[in-house]
Ligand binder design. Structure first.
Ligand SMILES: [Ca+2]
Ligand SMILES: [Ca+2]
Ligand SMILES: [Ca+2]
Ligand SMILES: [Ca+2]
Length: 455
């Protein structure tokens, strides 16, 4: 008789190899979505196999004093998945609607009809219990603001005390929850040590297995100008024409339309003329979602004249657009093109702006007007440096005007003006000073003409 009793006792105390519901964690609690506190979810997780008989269990919520329990849900059916680590997902209809907006196939295992009361969200407690009131897991939150009991059975916590509570309130304003950080098999030690805020967006899992995101992942959108979306890998941003020594800048907006933070921003350039483009105002990360934004500025300062191209790459943690790639174009103007643009509204060597055209009929073609810093729209031929005879030397000395470049100054002399009589004179000036001198050799008359070349 004595030996029979001892066999019965060992059967009761041994770990349950048959189906039950006791070894269960409250893995995650979400108190609301985007401030909607009617959108709540509670995710349970089986510590060992065979904990699927949850019809024998219920979940209750308690206020900050550990009083006024509310029956959140009394499960009256079981779930089928019974492997270790299987989840049981309880969610309100509003929560289901919110997740279905992202993933239409989402459905929880049980629908909560009595959410955790609003006044319990700052500090309170949730208990996973048997239908007869044995507390099998406890999660209290609110830190010192929760003043109630933390005790329960020793089934899942060696000392039967789940306190101290998790240190923060239940998150309700975003898309995250309070999450058990241990493994499925792990017991409770304390709520303060075992729980943390989940990633954003949170992931929920039901008994059938699939994971559902409680929102969208970070998503980079790049705008230029603000409000105009650029297509990754296809968009090209034109910086236009920039005069020598000048620069042009454009501001870009980076927006995050996902729920998770956009981080890891980095901007690089490559391509033929990458050195002509620089970031002068950097973006600020992380960019909170949805619809957080930052800006950065790119400066185009061409070192030389001509068409310029480069590629801009924006690195981020966006899994589908990393890096985000844009083409950049611009044109570096020559001093002469910039001068044409100033006086004639065009950069091209044609029409009124043609190098060989004398727009103001003062005898000086446009190229001469440019080379000597004259006004091409106003007669001023006498402003041209005039040759002089000094101590038997005929010639001219002048300083090249500031801002004039790309011109090779030359001069020729003649005593007759006859076409074949012109002789080139060497430029003996230095730097921006040009000197063209030729011995007079007693000639009764001498003429000097300028011979300029431009690229
Ligand atoms: Ca029940
Ligand atoms: Ca404990
Ligand atoms: Ca002229
Ligand atoms: Ca003129």
């Amino acid at each position: 008789m004595k030996s029979t009793l001892s066999i019965l006792a060992s059967l009761v105390l041994a770990p349950c190899a048959f189906a039950t519901f006791h070894e269960m964690q409250i893995e995650q609690v979400i108190g609301g979505i985007d401030g909607n506190i009617s959108a709540q979810a509670i995710q349970l997780r089986m510590r060992v196999l065979g904990q699927n008989l949850v019809s024998n269990a219920r979940v209750r919520a308690w206020d900050a004093a550990g009083a006024n329990p509310v029956l959140v849900l009394d499960m009256t059916t079981n779930v089928t998945g019974s492997a270790a680590g299987s989840r049981v997902l309880l969610a309100t209809a509003a929560f289901t609607t919110a997740v279905q907006a992202i993933t239409p196939t989402f459905a929880p295992d049980f629908t909560i009809t009595t959410p955790i009361p609003a006044s319990y969200l700052a500090a309170g407690r949730l208990t996973f219990e048997s239908d007869t009131g044995t507390i099998l897991w406890s999660l209290a939150w609110g830190g010192a603001a929760y003043a109630g009991s933390n005790t329960g059975a020793i089934t899942n916590d060696a000392d039967g005390n789940y306190g101290p509570p998790f240190g923060q309130t239940l998150p309700t304003s975003g898309r995250q929850g309070v999450l058990f950080t241990g493994l499925a098999r792990d017991p409770s030690t304390t709520n303060a040590a075992n729980y943390a805020l989940s990633a954003v967006p949170a992931t929920v899992v039901g008994n059938s297995g699939p994971s559902y995101l409680l929102g969208t992942l970070q998503k980079i959108v790049v705008e230029q100008p603000a409000g105009t979306n650029l297509v990754n890998g296809a968009a090209s941003v034109a910086f236009g024409s920039v005069a020598p020594g000048n620069s042009g800048s454009k501001s870009f907006t980076i927006r995050n339309t996902g729920n998770a933070n956009l981080t890891g921003l980095g901007i690089t350039f490559d391509g033929t003329n990458a050195a002509d483009f620089t970031v002068t105002a950097s973006p600020t990360a992380p960019i909170a979602g949805p619809n957080g934004s930052t800006t950065f500025t790119v400066r185009f300062a061409p070192a030389t004249a001509g068409a310029k191209t480069a590629a801009l790459h924006i690195a981020s943690n966006d899994a589908t657009a990393n890096p985000f790639n844009l083409a950049l174009t611009g044109t570096g103007l020559t001093a002469l093109e910039d001068w044409r643009l100033t006086w004639f509204g065009t950069t091209s060597d044609s029409g009124n702006a043609a190098d060989t055209f004398d727009f103001d009929n003062d005898g000086l073609v446009n190229l001469i007007e440019f080379a000597f810093g004259l006004n091409p729209t106003q007669g001023n031929s006498l402003a041209l440096p005039q040759p002089r005879l000094i101590a038997g030397v005929f010639g001219v000395t002048f300083t090249q005007p500031a801002g004039v470049s790309g011109i090779t100054y030359g001069a020729e002399w003649s005593t007759t003006l006859a076409a074949a009589s012109w002789t080139a004179i060497a430029d003996t000036g230095t730097g921006s000073t040009h000197t063209f001198n030729v011995p007079a050799n007693g000639n009764p008359q001498m003429f000097l003409r300028y011979a300029l070349t431009a690229p």
